[in-house]
Design a protein around this ligand. Structure first.
Ligand code: NAD
Length: 421
């Protein structure tokens, strides 16, 4: 059992490193900077003792990894899941550094995690775990040091507990220590749909590049959670033809287009996209292989692999999910001339609007939805154009260009600051 787990752990980090290595080689990164950029600044392991509802004590293992602080304070989610491991948290922290650098927001990457199964915990137990975790990290977190955000199974309620605990310790209210808060506590408008909206913005830019029109663009969306359903809704509202969608339970397909507003209502009610009237039922795996112009994976990692990459018929893949494409599949897709808008760029709308939340909290002045969406659009379009011209200039695909750009920016900041000894 332990052996299997450690193999999986290594693989998560290895995937991050394998693409980093390709980009680092193309950039001619020297060994010293290579080591600095791949080694996390700080890795903290914590024991979180909690008195459970049955009065027994239980200890939860927890982590916070700050990968790189060269371009600003670190930022990253906190995940509560039974399969959290230090290796996975480290990989996510490294990855967040590149994501922030691609969209040029002044954060480095971090990630936190607690090994627990929130489904089996009461609200009181979750609150105790969260508050103790925050108190243990009181010298680590902070708006100018390390900003936390939600991730798998952590939500605005968890963010409120972190904000409150931190504020109690420092004796004044500090909203900017976390993002993803409710509006009442210093959250921002536009946050919930930011990742999906970001996907739509980069799809628009890709269409311009290929002289395509939304009304002739069929979209298939894998995963119908926050990212998938929001992207589907905004694409649909912008005239794209959403012809297929899937979730963990299965998929639906209609080559003439699906009414996404009604599909969202159906999915909310039925807890599945399956059974949506006047569509064909299709397996999730088959759906990926249907003809379309844009395939938008928004479910989990490793969905496009060497086993199905050659069967994909899309012209463009917009990676809403993190790491939906296995590194070995990249070459197959490249040979098929499929244009990939890589995850580092495509799903960075979420972290960008989290940054907007931090900015607004620190200003104490809140923007309206139009301002948030306009500034998101400006950043996403600039980032797309910079990655695309980097790709053209260096003769690499969009993914490697995104990595190169990010690594170049962090390496530049590291060199510009110099190494303090
Ligand atoms: P979510 O939990 O809200 O939704 C995930 C969806 O994927 C669900 O509909 C689920 O049923 C479906 N799914 C899971 N496995 C599937 C499979 N094998 N086939 C088809 N559907 C499957 O999650 P989310 O917040 O929408 O995140 C989705 C992905 O996007 C994740 O990789 C996440 O890391 C990434 N991401 C999310 C955000 C964000 O703002 N939420 C930001 C950046 C990246």
């Amino acid at each position: 059992m332990e052996q299997t787990e450690s193999k999986v752990e290594t693989t998560v980090f290895e995937r991050v490193v394998s693409r980093f290595n390709i980009a680092a080689e193309k950039l001619g990164l020297d060994d010293g900077i290579y080591q600095v950029l791949l080694t996390p600044d700080r890795e903290i392991g914590l024991a979180i003792p909690v008195q459970m509802d049955n009065a027994r004590l239980k200890v939860f293992q927890a982590y916070r990894v700050q990968h790189n602080l060269a371009r600003g304070p670190s930022y990253g989610g906190i995940r509560y899941a039974p399969d959290v491991t230090l290796d996975q948290i480290r990989a996510l922290a490294v990855w967040m550094t590149w994501k922030c650098a691609v969209v040029k927001i002044p954060f480095g990457g971090a990630q936190g995690g607690i090994v627990c199964d929130p489904k089996t915990l009461s609200r009181t137990e979750l609150e105790k775990i969260t508050r103790r975790y925050t108190a243990s990290l009181i010298d680590t977190l902070g708006p100018e040091r390390d900003v936390a955000g939600p991730d798998i199974t952590t939500d605005e309620k968890v963010m409120a507990w972190i904000m409150d605990t931190y504020s109690m310790h420092v004796r004044h209210t500090v909203t900017a220590v976390v993002t993803g808060k409710s509006l009442a506590l210093g959250g921002t408008v536009g946050w919930r749909e930011a990742t999906g909206r970001g996907c739509k913005i980069v799809c628009d830019r890709a269409l311009t590049r290929f002289n395509m029109k939304p009304e002739n663009t069929r979209v298939i969306i894998q995963g119908f959670g926050n990212v998938g359903s929001m992207a589907a809704r905004i694409l649909h509202e912008s005239g794209y033809l959403v012809v297929g969608a899937s979730d963990i339970t299965g998929g639906i397909y209609d080559p003439w287009g699906i009414d996404v507003t009604q599909l969202i209502a159906h999915a909310e009610e039925a807890k599945t996209v399956v059974g949506f009237p006047d569509t064909d039922a299709i397996s999730g795996a088959e759906l990926l292989q249907q003809p379309c112009e844009i395939l938008l994976p928004a479910a989990t990692e490793n969905q496009i692999t060497i086993h199905n990459a050659d069967k994909i018929k899309a012209r463009i893949i917009c990676e809403g999910a993190d790491e939906p494409t296995a590194p070995e599949a990249d070459e197959i897709l490249y040979d098929k001339r499929i244009f990939i808008i890589p995850d580092l760029l495509a799903n960075s709308g979420g972290v960008t609007v989290s940054y907007f939340e931090w900015v607004q909290d620190r200003q104490g002045y809140f923007w309206n939805l139009k301002t948030v969406n306009d500034r998101l659009e400006e950043i996403m379009l600039n980032s797309f154009d910079t990655v695309a011209s980097y790709a053209d200039r260096h003769g690499v695909d969009m993914r490697i260009a995104a990595y190169m750009l990010a690594i170049d920016r962090v390496a530049y900041a590291t060199r510009a600051r110099g190494i303090y000894a």
